[in-house]
Ligand binder design. Structure first.
Ligand code: NAP
Length: 405
């Protein structure tokens, strides 16, 4: 093998991200679709002792990476990921709907803007199968397409975007903010917006950590299609994410069981859809005790009914966990006020406790965790940044209706 081979599937967002990254870096690679290539699938399973995590990227020296972040891929390939400049008017941390909406408004205003995203541009919304409540899309839109459109829109106004830039620290200097990355780069700007969003929370029960990717999953669009045609999968959680992803999974497998410790708490519309679905069964009042292993993969889920204390073992092909969201704010701990769950506290003008640092979207305490409001918050926070800069005489008064010339 004289070049890189990416084993994956067309529906896998992380495969798409890795391929995009390699293409953007002009690194040649071969692509093996393991849905269509039985030998490719066998190779992946042998390499992972039964696991099927994708993308599996095999390098000419025989080494491989499983589902690497862009930064890991960049490091492996010796690619240096650096923006074109070290100072900008505005740094936007996070490239989901909130960050990209803020950035495109900023660029239209003539602000030199850099978006820094640790994973793939488009954020968590980009991994959602279908978004049915984003205004203006009466037939819904796939998360991946919405992400691509947001990126294209920001690009049109000249926003610079880094897709593998993980922020390590934000520091207030006398005249600017400095944002340091985990790879040791530093960028300066007058202001910054934190829009780093959130990620699906782990359950934290015995057996979970060792089975991630081997039957325990957190992304239905990414990993669900591995189980196409299987008899049964379990979804854990009772919120909008769990129920919406259950409907998606029920289009792939014969039967979906939802296990939730409390009552369902998704919107009525989604609850009605799930209750009426012939291939989804809901068990409420069920505590999750442990994941058990069978060989290298998930064997069973052990539960206890709250009302009776009865313990039950479910033996699905896979478990998909949707038990809420944790904010991506580790890099702010100790420097910015966070609420007890780690979400960024802001005032009604999206200002954090650090002068010049604003926050918008899912990462913000009190945000609604809706894609539409994340975009709206991104825009509103940018307008607030604008006012803040004007007050410091860093910018001329706003010209919001006119594109930057
Ligand atoms: P969520 O609404 O916070 O629901 C989390 C679910 O997981 C609840 O059923 C909760 O049970 C359960 N849970 C939490 N911790 C658990 C644990 N340790 N063990 C077992 N079960 C546990 O989370 P989400 O569904 O991810 O949604 C997050 C936010 O995004 C919400 O505001 C939601 O409305 C929004 N969202 C909106 C849409 C949409 O509008 N289409 C789609 C997805 C998400 P308890 O009730 O017992 O705590």
């Amino acid at each position: 093998m004289d070049q890189i081979t990416v084993y994956g599937a067309p529906w896998c967002p992380d495969c798409h991200r890795s391929k995009t990254f390699l293409t953007e870096q002009r690194i040649p690679f071969s692509w093996v679709d393991i849905d269509a290539d039985a030998a490719g699938l066998r190779f992946v399973e042998e390499l992972q002792r039964g696991g099927r995590t994708i993308p599996t990227i095999v390098f000419p020296d025989g080494s491989h990476l499983l589902e690497p972040s862009n930064a890991e891929l960049a490091e492996k390939l010796g690619v240096r990921l650096r923006a074109t400049r070290s100072a900008y008017d505005l740094l936007v941390l996070g490239g989901g709907p909130a960050g990209l909406s803020a950035a495109l408004y900023a660029a239209r205003e003539g602000m030199e803007t850099l978006v820094m995203e640790s994973g793939a541009l488009g954020g968590q919304a980009g991994t959602t199968d279908r978004i049915d409540n984003y205004p203006g899309f009466p037939d819904g839109i796939s998360g991946a397409e919405l992400a691509q459109r947001l990126v294209a829109h920001a690009r049109r106004y000249g926003v610079e975007m880094l897709a593998a830039a993980e922020v390590a620290r934000v520091t207030r200097e006398p005249d600017c903010l400095t944002v340091a990355t985990t790879t040791g780069d530093g960028y300066q700007a007058s202001a910054a917006i934190v829009a780093t969003g959130s990620r699906y929370r782990r359950l934290g029960i015995p057996g979970e950590a060792g089975l991630i990717g081997l039957g325990v999953h957190y992304c239905a669009t990414c990993d669900g299609p591995f189980y196409r045609g299987e008899r049964e999968v379990v979804v854990i959680g009772g919120g909008n994410s769990a129920l919406e992803e259950s409907v998606f999974l029920a289009s792939i497998v014969d039967h979906v069981i939802i296990l939730t410790r409390g009552d369902l708490r998704a919107s009525e519309l989604v609850q009605d859809k799930v209750r009426a679905h012939p291939r989804i069964t809901v068990h409420t009042g069920v505590d999750l005790l442990a994941f058990e292993r069978k060989g290298d993969r998930l064997g069973a889920i052990v539960t206890r009914e709250r009302a009776t204390g009865t313990e039950t073992r479910f033996e699905p092909a896979a478990a998909f966990v949707f038990v809420g969201l944790d904010p991506n704010t580790a890099f702010l701990a100790g420097s910015v006020d966070l609420d007890p769950r780690g979400f960024v506290i802001t005032d009604d003008r999206y200002r954090t406790s650090m002068d010049g640092l604003f926050a918008a979207g899912d990462v913000r305490a009190g945000s609604t965790k809706q894609v539409g409001s994340a975009s709206g918050e991104g825009i509103a926070s940018l307008l607030s940044v604008r006012k803040w800069l004007e007050a410091r005489h860093d910018m001329a008064p706003a010209t919001l209706d006119e594109p930057a010339s």
